[in-house]
Design a protein around this ligand. Sequence first.
Ligand code: DC
Length: 223
Amino acid sequence: MSKAIPVIAIDGPSASGKGTVAQQVARILGFHFLDSGALYRLVALASFAGAQQHSEAELATLARELDARFDGDRIILENKDVTDALREESCGRHASVVAAIPAVRASLLARQRAFRREPGLVADGRDMGTVVFPDAGLKVFLTASAEERARRRYKQLIEKGMDANLPSLLRDLEERDRRDMARSSAPLVAAADALMVDSSKLGADQVVELVLGEWRKKQNRVL
Ligand code: DC
């Protein structure tokens, strides 16, 4: 029964640090890890191939039939390593657009739930605690001010030797936040029972400790 398999859901806006935190928590607990944003980014990337515009129904089919796999920290689309292409800002921006289409979200639902395997899963995204795993044992909603998130994204890009412009990153993040929060299907919103964590003044390690502490508390209560 997959419902008995524990899930920790970590949701929040772009660049809130949830990916880093979710990955570390998963590694420490020996759990599987789902980067659900990567699935939306894959749909966006796959839709760039060819010059034609896709209808919503075509994008939903693309999402359902996505020939993608996660191989350690690499992401493979149709036998091609697309890990770096997925992290591009243009891909994130377009992912947020395709993610607003209800049929695309529906196409990705079963694929996301299939990540729930023994001994457990840490899932990161926007609707992990509200829609995909509403029965998650722990739900965390990670936020940080838009300015702080833009600064972090800027640092990441510069460290990778990529071009970056702070004001345009901030504008982009704010636009994505607006779109992710305003859509009618599974908008970015904290689950009523989520633990709210503002990471503006916390390092990733401190947030990881906080999440693990909360998880252990919950486990002790169950035992
Ligand atoms: O987490 P990310 O930046 O890789 O996500 C890219 C986009 O995908 C994000 O702007 C909104 C969308 N997304 C979503 O709608 N639901 C999720 N569970 C994860 C991501």
